[in-house]
Design a protein around this ligand. Sequence first.
Ligand code: ANZ
Length: 809
Amino acid sequence: MERYNPHAIEKKWQNAWEQSGLYRFDEDAPGEKFYALTMFPYPSGNLHIGHWYANVAPDARARWLRMRGYNVLFPMGFDAFGLPAENAAIKNRTNPATWTYANIERMTGQFQAMGTMIDWSRQFATCDPEYYRWNQWFFIEFYKRGLVYKKGGLVNWCPKDQTVLANEQVVNGHCERCGTAVEKRNLSQWYMKITDYAEELLDFSGADMPEKVKLMQTNWIGKSVGAEVTFDTPAGPETVFTTRPDTLMGATFMVLAPEHAKVADLTTDEQRAEVEAYVAAAGRKTDVERQQEGEKTGVFTGSFATHPITGHQLPIWVADYVLVTYGTGSIMAVPAHDERDFAFARRFGLEITEVIRPEGGEPMAPDAQEAYTGEGVIVNSGEFDGLSGGKASIAGIVEQLEARGIAKAKTTYRLRDWLFARQRYWGTPIPFVHCPEHGAQPVPEDQLPVRLPENVEFTPTGQSPLKLDKEWMSATCPVCGGPAERDTDTMDTFVDSSWYMYRYLSPDYHEGPFDPAKDPMMPVDLYTGGIEHAILHLLYSRFWVKVMRDMGLTKHSEPFARLRNQGMILGEDGEKMSKSRGNVVDPDDLVREYGADTVRTYLMFIAPWELGGPWDPQGINGPAKWLSRVWNLYFEEKPTGPAETISEADLRFAVHSTLKKIDGDFERLSFNTIVAALMELTNTLVKAKRAPAFGTPAWDEALDIFVRLLAPVVPHIAEEIWTGRGQDGSVHTAAWPEVDEQAATRDTVTMGVQVSGKVRGQVTISKSATQEEALSAARAVPDVARFMEGKEIVKEIYVPGRIINIVVR
Ligand code: ANZ
């Protein structure tokens, strides 16, 4: 008999599957459709262990569904635009396209070595002109719908990447990609009006996503319900946004953001030098510095605002704790009930007026150390006194203020419009031309795609590299036919992943981004990937699909019906794998040493899939040995050794209860327990070879079922066993076995018996045993009896199916 040698079988089967088109998806094939998708990788050049971890388990699950009769689409592509390609190309003096396509080829080979059931006939890269042409088409369609606009203003600028960034790409004031502190620049930029969909994006009823992901998106959208209140100022009426209109009578001063348009007008001559210095200093600070909880800073403008109810004169200050990008960029400060205002008032000796008092509480002490932010009764507020105040009761207050024309109900969102343009080379060119006569005009559809020029110097300068290709830049105005200039910005690369799930449905379709006849394949039934995409990618793609729906392109409102996140495989040291830490595990090396099936098994077994965990270099030996045992089970002569007592019923119980468990585990995406169950069943089968069950119909059934159970997890060895047994076709198109419920259940249960908390023996009892039956059977177990000898029983605990504990003294 030959020993298990993965290298002799894996390549062979991969080639055979490829040749027979085994994994080609055919929408006309029978079976309920199922669209399983794993987030596509960036073509960095190498599939690392994290890619394997992310792909292997969903691949196994897609295979399981297919064997259960679903018609499964499981495609893959490459998210190919972006800065790394550009940076690598600069470093290696090549073109980003050359670098990217070479990487794609290499990584496709690595995916194939994994033995996945990916349908490669549908593969595309987002840098293919046939793909990005539809980004351009969408951009123009969105523009026609009023969802794309160009606007000047302060934007986030990464000085290292030399490009603007969307708010979503700024993490705690730093560039999400390179970690450089982000600056603000005043630039005119293209935006996408995602804020039109803010409210709908808060509705997750059509998207089953982990709570954490929903929460992160909800916080990012940041809905605040409150009111707008207008104050008169010497520079005209100024409206503030407040979530606490119930505290209006406690407003004792007003604060403007340093960038607020009225600052210059409101600043008196005496205050001008101080205010200008402050505004300039604030402009030099990064957002991180401004958001830091330090001592509050600010300056008085010299002007006053008029309180809309009392007519009191409130001093107007400028302070950088007020953000120009939120609400109206100005606030009414209520120091008694807002912590930031309180700190500010204490620092600058401003008035503090209590207007909310806890039910039955004492008045706020003059030397109070903090603001009171809770609920209570309104005080010091004239006609409003005695009403309840606090976040919960603002609706009633707003109504009253509205009736008196003082406030207007207002809902504000933290979400900003999506800054869409980048001043870099490797992205989709914005399909607009600028005509001196007719301004910005979309490129006519029949001229799409506007292709990236190939020979440009793309070292970042802060200006788009496309500006350097004068020939490329010259165009004609679609309105007057006169000379015009192409827009030289490229799109944010998040556009590419916003609708790619539709492209897989008809990757060669030329009449539109996808063939509308394939729309019923959507939404993706199960989308899997990393939690790092919880906000940007998911929010953008959810937005995109809602617009597609409103355009009449799709019937769906959500791209992903169900989302699940895998965890991360860390280095042996528990740290994130990285070249600089020297803790990177290379899957290619592992495949060379152990074969893909072993690596697949280990990655499914190593940890609960959604948690991940540290790599254990010893751990892979277990799966390697297991597969050898599996191999021997089928291909080795009947072994000699002490006889076992496994009966036909025992064997059928083991097989069918395992099958049932595995079905449940696949359903719940509990992959490590699937491998554990397969290993346990292997032990039983190996023993059964030396037991009365051997050679019976139950034995044949066991071997026939077991090879099918192996197929999703270890596709190569399963295929080899399948053919080795002389079975027809491929195991991967074989039917998944049906659970025989009767065989899968047993009315007995084997439980450990504890004496004073330590397990001393085992007892097999009827599941319907009474407490007394269970305990007397337990006491009769010889090892248990031994530990009870000469002792007094103080307590006996029996939890059916779980615990038997006899406490002695
Ligand atoms: C008066 C007030 C009284 C407020 C009080 C709070 C408590 P969220 O919940 O995050 O939406 N605010 C408004 N615009 C701001 C800006 N541009 N920069 C900094 N702060 C701003 O916060 C809304 C509250 O944050 C608003 O309600 C306003 O202060 C402040 F006892 O108005 B409040």
